[in-house]
Design a protein around this ligand. Structure first.
Ligand SMILES: [Cu+2]
Length: 258
């Protein structure tokens, strides 16, 4: 009689929480998921979320961000091997008082480029300013989704808690494009606006079954409810990211043909 009751119970649980089976933690034994809350730098007003699943050195990266300079490309990277933190949103870290927190001034927090989060092709630091292969913020929004191989030093930075997502490009003077007299500290042929950090977030291990920071107070009362919320978030982000990546690829093909 006990077994007769047990089977329906399992069936009901599976029906109630179907998304649990799709969470990254259970999709690949040994894969680890990381999450970053992206906060503004240089008073950009940019906010967003980054999710990274590392399975060995295979990284699946999803970024959703809003408030970026619309219609402009935005370089984006994993920065590694410093403090794993970000500069503040104000000008406290503007050491040379040029009105920007530059990449050079921010590096003490988030380190050097470990991976370039391009749409196609090379993802090494060599592609750090490959502007034609970074996402363009349609309507000020970026939805990025790509799977690629990271190097051992990037993998180690994730494990050490020193991997950071940084999005670059901020229209500080509000002109609607990257311009101004201040030149980039990375490439003097570019305006500082094109390369200054716009958003930044340290990547922390996403605890499956535990709500992300701030979620515990507002989450459901039961453990199973919180787990289900987490899985839902990942699934929704993945779906949105895939659709947006397709749209970007289509626009790029259209632009090439024009
Ligand atoms: Cu960067």
């Amino acid at each position: 009689m006990r077994k007769a009751f047990a089977l329906p119970t399992v069936a009901i649980a599976a029906a109630a929480f179907p998304l649990l089976a799709m969470s990254p933690a259970s999709a690949h034994e040994g894969a680890t998921s990381y999450q970053a809350n992206l906060a503004s730098v240089n008073s950009s007003g940019v906010t967003g979320t980054g999710m990274v699943t590392l399975d060995g050195n295979t990284a699946t990266v999803m970024i959703e961000a809003n408030g970026l300079l619309a219609g402009a490309p935005h370089a984006q990277h994993f920065h590694i091997a410093a403090l794993g933190t970000c500069p503040s949103n104000g000008l406290e870290d503007d050491a040379d008082k040029d009105g920007f927190v530059s990449v050079t001034e921010a590096a003490k927090y988030y380190g050097a480029i470990g991976s370039s989060l391009t749409l196609t092709g090379d993802t090494s630091p060599d592609s750090g300013l490959a502007v034609d292969r970074f996402p363009t913020a349609d309507g000020g929004t970026i939805s990025y989704d790509r799977t690629f191989e990271v190097t051992d030093d990037v993998h180690k930075a994730f494990e050490a808690g020193t991997a950071v997502i940084v999005l670059h490009g901020v229209d500080k003077n509000g002109s609607g494009t990257y311009d101004g007299d201040i030149k980039s500290d990375l490439d003097p042929s570019l305006p500082m606006e094109a390369t200054a950090p716009a958003a930044c977030g340290g990547l922390k291990t996403a605890q499956m079954g535990t709500a992300p920071s701030g979620g515990a107070e507002t989450g459901a009362g039961s453990t199973s409810g919180i787990e289900n919320q987490g899985a839902l978030g990942v699934g929704a982000l993945a779906a949105v990211g895939a659709a947006a990546a397709g749209a970007v690829a289509y626009r790029r093909r259209s632009a090439d043909q024009a």
